[in-house]
Design a protein around this ligand. Structure first.
Ligand code: ATP
Ligand code: MG
Ligand code: MG
Ligand code: MG
Length: 459
């Protein structure tokens, strides 16, 4: 089944179960300062879960475009390293607003996977929240899951869209890609090794978390589910990595042809194909590369893609030239992409022109310094100079460092940044924005746009 057919099969199945098909919302959340980018299908229904908005349906289904490149769910650093993470992906979902709850949510998911899609039951693994006896009993007694293929986990089975907002215990379905792939089942020590890949998360929405962290019951128990379209496509197409599915293979082939690369498995091709999707969809939804907030996240992703192109030998602009291939692949499902094609291409081309001027110089400075370095920590002062003079976002420098076995002195970088901030306040005329700092690992906190603070702050 092609990716586009899977999307349609999902939406039609849930329509046949009385769900209203709702279009994807924008990647730029409407009127929600707690959210950097749309990161899940439930975002557009947040107010409905909270009981603040009433819709004329109580069951919905959607295929939601999502970006996880900042804020609570951030997968930017995973791209190129795991088989299953993208910055941009589509989340298939079914939702109940005070209509059905755990039993039906589990039954729908199981029927869709094993009957509509025909997945072998023996390949599926289930997790539930450690406290959720009810969900465990439904899986074991009603669905007939072998208790040895069900794990009860804690944090991994409690889902929340952000630091505040709707949340609840969840039950997840994993697909076992087979003993050829290293890794253990959910809850085991090496469960993040991509043998057992999480395909579907069923969230039993029960609470609203407030700013103090207190949980308040929702007006009615509800259901929010999310299944990564690219992950289920990999399963159905008999491949392990998302990057091997039809859609990604087309993007990778176009990139390889453009750059004259013959090794189609090259990691950088995957990164470029991934970043092409997030960048194009972000521009289509009105984000432009800039020095702050969402625009700076977009700039970071574009520059990272350009650096991977340069690694593959690109000696001129290539990224914006890939836009037509993306439109060919995804324009039918997302007509807004086709409508903004020329706007997207010119935004990417501008950024490419700008960065091309400094990328090569920055890279040769970095190469020279690394050759002379003793130890494996890149000094903060150099990380800062690459940022300040050559426009290298910190995560780009980190991406290069990681490939070569180096780490960054982030404290030193912060100190150099502080120094420069002080100097620029004294000098008055300095134009660079020093408010952008970026966490490389773990949580980044989005503090909202009204606070005047950059969205990504090192914690
Ligand atoms: P993982 O543990 O693999 O990072 P997750 O638990 O963070 O996934 P959820 O927040 O539960 O993901 O999102 C629901 C579903 O969306 C996941 O089960 C998965 O199929 C898909 N998904 C999540 N993050 C990504 C991503 N970065 N790229 C592609 N698909 C994703
Ligand atoms: Mg994740
Ligand atoms: Mg998970
Ligand atoms: Mg999950």
């Amino acid at each position: 089944m092609k990716t586009a057919e899977i999307r349609e099969a999902f939406l039609s199945y849930f329509e046949s179960q009385q769900h209203t098909r709702v279009a994807s919302s924008s990647l730029v959340p409407h009127d929600d300062p707690t959210l950097l980018f749309t990161n899940a299908g439930m975002n557009q229904f947040k107010e409905t879960f909270l009981g603040l908005e009433v819709r004329d349906y109580t069951r919905a289904t959607s295929s939601q475009r999502c970006v996880r490149a900042g804020g609570k769910h951030n997968d930017l650093e995973n791209v190129g390293y795991t088989a299953r993470h993208h910055t941009f992906f589509e989340m298939l979902g079914n939702f109940s607003f005070g209509d059905y709850f755990k039993r039906e949510a589990i039954q729908f998911a199981w029927t869709f996977l094993t009957e509509v899609l025909g997945l072998p039951k023996a390949r599926l693994w289930i997790t539930v929240h450690i406290s959720d006896d009810e969900a465990a009993a439904i899986w074991i007694d009603e669905i007939g899951i072998d208790p040895n293929r069900l794990s009860r986990l804690d944090e991994d089975n409690f889902w929340q869209m952000g630091d505040t907002g709707p949340c609840g215990p969840s039950s997840e379905i994993f697909y076992d890609h087979g003993a050829d792939v290293p890794g253990g089942p959910p809850g085991s020590e090496d469960d993040d090794l991509d043998r057992y890949i999480e395909i579907w998360n069923l969230v039993f929405m029960q609470f609203n978390r407030d700013a103090d962290g207190t949980l308040h019951p929702l007006p009615a128990p509800s259901v929010d589910t999310g299944m990564g379209l690219e992950r289920i496509a990999a399963v159905l197409q008999g491949v392990h990595s998302n990057y091997e599915i039809d859609l990604f293979q087309a993007l990778i082939a176009a990139t390889a042809a453009r750059l004259g690369v013959t090794d189609l498995e090259h990691k950088s091709l995957r990164v470029i194909a991934d970043h092409l999707r997030s960048c194009c969809f972000l521009v289509a939804d009105g984000v432009l590369p800039g020095n702050e907030g969402r625009g700076y996240v977009l700039r970071r992703i574009i520059r990272r893609a350009i650096r991977h192109g340069s690694k593959l030998g690109a000696d001129g602009p290539f990224f914006s030239a890939l836009v037509p291939e993306l439109v060919a692949q995804m324009g039918d499902a997302y007509p807004e992409l086709r409508d903004s094609e020329s706007r997207i291409a010119s935004a990417l081309a501008n950024e490419e022109d700008q960065f091309a001027r400094t990328l090569d110089n920055g890279l040769s400075i970095l190469d020279g310094e690394l050759a002379a370095l003793s130890g494996t920590v890149i000094p903060g002062e150099l990380v800062f100079r690459l940022y300040d003079t050559y426009g290298f976002p910190v995560d780009l420098t980190n991406d290069i460092a990681r490939e070569r076995g180096f780490t960054l002195d982030l404290d030193g970088y912060e100190a150099a940044m502080d120094e420069q901030r002080k100097r620029s306040q004294e000098g008055g005329s300095f134009k660079v924005d020093y408010s952008n700092t970026v966490a490389l690992e773990g949580e980044t906190e989005f503090t909202g746009y009204d606070s005047g603070v950059s969205e990504a702050t090192v914690m």
